[in-house]
Design a protein around this ligand. Structure first.
Ligand SMILES: NC(=O)C1=CN([C@@H]2O[C@H](COP(=O)(O)OP(=O)(O)OC[C@H]3O[C@@H](n4cnc5c(N)ncnc54)[C@H](OP(=O)(O)O)[C@@H]3O)[C@@H](O)[C@H]2O)C=CC1
Ligand SMILES: Nc1nc(=O)c2c([nH]1)NC[C@@H]1CN(c3ccc(C(=O)N[C@@H](CCC(=O)O)C(=O)O)cc3)C=[N+]21
Length: 291
């Protein structure tokens, strides 16, 4: 058996087309474009690639993009004052501070300083709490994108066994909350979980977000399961190559023979993350504008 490949790239393109329509309507109704501010501290090459891609797609979608690049040695106080300015700026509907931040900055303090209504990453404790309590808020982009991909592959999630590998605030925990809200029976696994392979073999839906290249092997997967691979891992370059290959947390070549449906890396969850960021920015813009 060979799994259906869930085409995140195509589904993300559809979401962006919808976002572009919504952005045009917002601009026509409000007399200004919705705006997203992206803050990058330091010069981590991977972060620079993601941020460049976010800026490009934000503009292509018909929204205003405000880029803020700060040197690695920026103080926490200076970053907090930038966040305060963006909170007060009426043309900014969404604020994203790219993670990870340099070690001398407490990311928790920065995230808590963002106006929850502009927190398009959905990482502010108020938005995390709203998600947990089933209240309206802003949902983190990667989990939201992962969930849309699950829904594209399974008509009814209700009653299915879901296993989430990873419990980060950015990915694992919110993915678990979304699956729970959709009535899956959710198990959250992590680095202390006993016998991961056996646990995973029980999963109708398996979401891998651990950051360990190809950790999930083919024989961990229940035949017919839906596998969402969130991992983005850059391998060391092969001799003569400048860049290493990008792989997920799942050994794709093995898993594809067992799963019912699976996301590739690249072209799976990654493009959905950015599309959901644009979607969240419009959601934030409309709510701030009162409708
Ligand atoms: N596609 C996209 O858009 C995005 C992709 N990513 C990718 O997703 C992956 C996860 O990211 P993120 O959640 O931020 O990572 P974190 O490092 O914050 O969290 C990793 C989680 O995986 C768990 N873990 C680590 N090693 C193991 C192991 N050997 N067995 C079981 N569990 C393990 C950790 O457990 P414990 O809590 O016990 O330490 C932790 O909960 C990364 O590859 C990242 O690059 C991230 C964001 C967006
Ligand atoms: N505050 C914050 N919010 C984030 O959402 C956030 C973050 N910080 N820090 C880093 C991670 C990582 N992340 C990705 C987004 C898109 C792709 C993506 O588009 N990937 C392409 C390939 C890109 C390539 O080729 O390098 C794909 O999977 O097809 C990947 C990873 C968002 N993150």
């Amino acid at each position: 058996m060979s799994a259906t490949i869930i085409d995140g790239k195509a589904i993300a393109a559809g979401l962006r087309a919808q976002a572009a329509e919504d952005a045009a309507r917002f601009a026509a109704e409000r007399g200004r474009k919705a705006g997203l501010a992206v803050v990058l501290v330091g010069n981590d090459p991977a972060s620079e690639v993601y941020v460049a891609s976010k800026v490009k797609l934000t503009r292509e979608t018909g929204m205003e993009s405000f880029g803020h690049r700060l040197p690695a040695e920026t103080s926490e106080a200076d970053l907090l004052s930038l966040v305060a300015r963006l909170n007060a700026d009426e043309s900014v509907d969404g604020i994203l501070v790219q993670l990870p931040l340099p070690g001398h900055i407490d990311s928790g303090r920065i995230i808590e300083a963002i106006d929850p209504r502009k927190d398009v990453d959905g990482l502010h404790p108020e938005n995390a709490g709203r998600l947990m309590n089933g209240l309206q808020g802003l949902v983190p982009c990667t989990p939201l994108g992962s969930m849309i991909l699950v829904e594209s592959a399974v008509p009814d999630i209700s009653g299915l066994n879901a296993v989430v590998l990873g419990r980060s605030v950015l990915v694992g925990k919110p993915v678990g909350q979304l699956l729970l809200a959709a009535n899956a029976t959710v198990t959250m696994a992590h680095s202390r979980t006993a016998d991961l392979p056996a646990l995973c073999r029980n999963a109708d839906i398996l979401v891998a977000a651990v950051g360990r290249p190809e950790m999930v092997r083919g024989d961990w997967i229940k035949p017919g399961a839906v596998v969402i691979d969130v991992g983005i891992n850059r391998l060391a370059p092969e001799p003569g190559r400048e860049k290493g290959r990008l792989v997920g947390d799942v050994a794709f070549a093995e898993a594809v023979d067992v799963a019912g449906a699976i996301t590739p890396v690249p072209g799976g969850v990654g493009p959905m993350t950015i599309a959901c960021l644009l979607k969240n920015t419009l959601t934030a813009a409309r709510r701030r504008a009162g409708g």
